[in-house]
Design a protein around this ligand. Structure first.
Ligand SMILES: [Zn+2]
Length: 98
């Protein structure tokens, strides 16, 4: 799940594992899991740590689940949201100075 945390008065977006609830701090060590073969519409997506957490989520989801590495999934998400990576980085750099 995506949340915003208050870190000493500064707010920061984080992704927390949908299985253990801990923050995901290394996208290469996490996955996005979602059901496939669902007719129409969209499906909920789980964000989980690789290992114990993804095995628990996958067992609950069954064999029909899709999987993306979290970093790849986030790239697709940003692309589909029309994010310009250079513009977003520029804005984030500017806001970090405030
Ligand atoms: Zn976890």
């Amino acid at each position: 799940m995506i949340e915003t945390i208050n870190n000493a008065g500064r707010y920061a977006p984080v992704i927390k594992c949908d299985v253990c609830g801990k923050q995901i701090t290394d996208a290469e060590m996490a996955l996005a899991l979602y059901p496939v073969n669902v007719e129409g519409g969209s499906v909920p997506t789980l964000h989980v740590h690789k290992g114990v957490c993804d095995r628990k989520a996958s067992a609950a989801q069954g064999d029909e689940g899709g999987t993306d590495e979290l970093d790849t999934y986030l790239y697709y998400l940003m692309h589909n949201a029309g994010v310009s990576f250079d513009r977003a980085k520029s804005k984030a750099d500017m806001l970090s100075l405030l």
